[in-house]
Design a protein around this ligand. Structure first.
Ligand code: OSB
Ligand code: MG
Length: 368
């Protein structure tokens, strides 16, 4: 296809409750969306970068800048673009994976809508419903935390030094022995905390996610030798090649897959495929996505290697309203699950009036 224009939209999405992690408290998302206008139709992609460079080095203003000045001009100059060619076309820019992923997703959305195929079908989804987990921020008190954790297939607690053993013990007590429970430290510890983290062993956690720095594969491998709880990397897994490296070094025995973090859904598929070959379970991470990113994540989570519930929560967990139809948990046999969209592209429709009404600044249109 030929890309005629790339639009950048910034939308303010207030959160229904503050979301606290070891890197700070968030009360709203300033979402960067890209729309590609092509000769076969339009497509939308969501950039998962945060407003500030705390989870990763990427952030919204940086992503918008690199798209405007480097990435979009390249796609606009290319005579023929497909989702499968976007990563190669943009490889001359180092890093900026979340920015690249947003463009690739938009191109894929346009491409699939034009032929009436869904993301799930294109990805090779095998499930029609996916099990959902919920990520629970650091809460002001344990009682408030306990009030938040109902209805999901598994609970993930955000932890940091000073907020770990006690909340984990209390939630384990609430869930009972069979409840699926895991923790996410977002790099808040160092290897000097290994003895402390070992005290999590009796709580039978599914995994501990990213206790140490993004670059510190060696310490994760060392910790994995010292504790019973499986170590799972998030921030460190920036590509399929890095996933293989971390697995082979014993630093991660389960992998969190986030398409934005690895540069797009196509690289996310490669992470899935190689982990499946290596018999390493994967699960779908989340970045507080609107319906655009959530739809694509749910489709990804429907692949056969996603054997653990993902951070694919209902929209209402984060937002009172959304720029697409809401994702609502199923009932009965589908309690704690979300249905995989089957419509063309992401399978959700973007409400343009919502995008305009919540715009944080006038949108920018880039043309070739
Ligand atoms: O580490 O998984 C993370 C949100 C923003 C940035 C990083 C993370 C998260 C979450 C929320 O844990 C997951 C979700 O979208 O439900
Ligand atoms: Mg994480």
């Amino acid at each position: 296809m030929r890309i005629d224009a790339v639009e950048l939209h910034r939308v303010g999405m207030p959160l229904v409750r503050p979301f606290e992690t070891s890197f700070g408290v968030q009360t709203a998302r300033a979402v960067l969306l890209v729309r590609v206008r092509t000769d076969v139709g339009d497509g939308w992609g969501e950039c998962v970068a945060g407003s500030e460079p705390f989870y990763s080095s990427e952030y919204v203003d940086g992503a918008a800048h690199v798209i405007e000045h480097y990435l979009a001009p390249t796609l606009l100059r290319a005579p023929d673009v497909t989702a499968a060619s976007v990563a190669r076309l943009l490889a001359f820019v180092a890093g900026h994976r979340m920015a690249k992923a947003a463009l690739e997703a938009a191109v894929l959305d346009a491409e699939l809508r034009a032929v009436g195929r869904s993301f799930g079908e294109y990805f090779g989804a095998t499930a029609t419903w996916v099990d959902c987990g919920v990520s629970v921020g650091i809460a002001p008190s344990i009682d408030e935390l306990l009030a938040e954790v109902a209805g999901y297939k598994r609970i993930k607690l955000k932890v940091k030094p000073g907020w770990d053993l006690e909340p984990v013990a209390r939630v384990r007590e609430l869930l009972g022995r069979d409840g699926l429970l895991q923790v996410d430290a977002n790099t808040a510890y160092t290897l000097a905390d290994a003895e402390h983290l070992k005290k999590l062993d009796p709580f039978d956690l599914l995994l501990i996610e990213q206790p140490f720095d993004e670059e510190d594969i060696a310490s994760h491998a060392a910790l994995a030798q010292m504790i019973e709880t499986p170590v799972c990397l998030d921030e460190s897994i920036l590509s399929a090649a890095l996933a293989v490296d971390a697995i082979e070094r014993g630093a991660t025995s389960i992998v969190n897959i986030k398409a934005g973090r690895v540069g797009g859904y196509l690289e996310a598929l490669r992470v899935h495929d190689i982990c499946r070959e290596l018999a390493v379970p994967v699960w779908c991470g989340g970045m507080l996505e609107t319906g655009i990113g959530r739809a694509a994540n749910v489709a990804l989570a429907a692949l056969p290697g996603f054997t653990l519930p993902g951070d694919t929560s209902a929209s209402s967990r984060y937002f009172a309203d959304d720029l697409t139809e809401l994702f609502v948990l199923g009932t009965g046999e589908h309690a704690g699950q979300l249905r995989v969209p089957t419509g063309p592209g992401t399978g959700v429709e973007v409400d343009e009036a919502f995008v305009t009404g919540r715009a944080l600044s006038p949108h920018v249109t880039l043309r070739g």
